[in-house]
Design a protein around this ligand. Structure first.
Ligand SMILES: Nc1ncnc2c1ncn2[C@@H]1O[C@H](COP(=O)(O)OP(=O)(O)OP(=O)(O)O)[C@@H](O)[C@H]1O
Length: 246
């Protein structure tokens, strides 16, 4: 069965005023897809994300959302504000506001959904703890639960494993993989790491200065394609079923 298309870029150019960041992008994203966006600082990852979200209109060409879409956004855990003594459950309930209405008190159904989302991310026992007292990895999971209770069509994760040790990184990536498998969500993951993207995404967008390439992971994560993009020799090893890009 063909997956339903959600977002299409038709020769779309993204930039700010007269400044072009990403010229002439043509690609589609469908239900159940998994896009990894990778590139160094300043390459345009956030700009592409804004284009996908529809908050930065293209300066030329067209970006189409095929139906109204709900985006669940998971920011980097270290960018969250730790001043307020807010509990984990209250943070997750924020994800219901868009559905329930901003000034409405969350009902028992909202609470039940928030508890379920905390179970989904493996933290049901932490609901009454203060968010600011959690570890970076636990905060990341709570922010994922907050995105999930909004019942999104698209789960957007911004550098979900930055500042994590290798064990927390692989646990987080496995969790995202499980959520992706259990639902028809489109996952969009932004990362600095080609290794993370090469092992988890189905579609890869590589951004690097003047270069942009998007396609299936098997086509993009190839020594020839990467050499063409970066003029640099890459080695790609398969170790126990995983890709290792050197
Ligand atoms: N609002 C803006 N107005 C003008 N230029 C911008 C604006 N936002 C970003 N840029 C420029 O667009 C380019 C791409 O920026 P972008 O934030 O998309 O990169 P990035 O890959 O997300 O970087 P990082 O990994 O550092 O977050 C940069 O050169 C940046 O200076």
């Amino acid at each position: 069965m063909e997956n339903t298309p959600l977002i299409t870029f038709d020769d779309a150019t993204l930039g700010y005023g007269r400044r072009v960041v990403l010229p002439s992008l043509t690609f589609g994203l469908s239900e159940g897809g998994y896009l990894g966006i990778v590139g160094p600082n300043g390459a345009g990852k956030t700009t592409l994300l804004k284009g996908i979200l529809g908050i930065l209109p293209p300066t030329a060409g067209k970006v189409t959302h095929h139906r109204p879409l709900t985006f669940g956004y998971v920011p980097q855990a270290q960018t969250t504000d730790d001043l307020f003594p807010i509990t984990v459950l209250e943070i997750v309930l924020m994800g219901r506001y868009r559905r329930a209405g901003l000034l409405k008190t969350p009902g028992s159904d909202d609470r039940a959904r928030a508890e379920r989302a905390l179970e989904q991310v493996g933290l049901p026992h932490l609901s009454t703890r203060l968010f600011r007292e959690l570890s970076g990895g636990q905060k990341q999971r709570v922010l994922m639960a907050r995105a999930l209770v909004s019942e999104p069509d698209v789960l957007v994760l911004d550098e979900p494993t930055s500042a994590m040790d290798i064990a927390a990184e692989s646990a987080t990536m496995e969790l995202i993989e499980r959520i992706h498998h259990e639902s028809r969500l489109l996952v969009v993951l932004v990362s600095h790491s080609l290794n993370i993207v090469a092992n988890h995404a189905q579609t890869v967008a590589i951004l690097g200065g003047a270069h942009f390439q998007i396609g299936p992971v098997e086509e993009i994560v190839q020594p020839d394609t990467l050499r063409g993009l970066f003029h640099y020799d890459f080695k790609i090893l398969e170790v126990e079923g995983r890709r290792l890009v050197l």
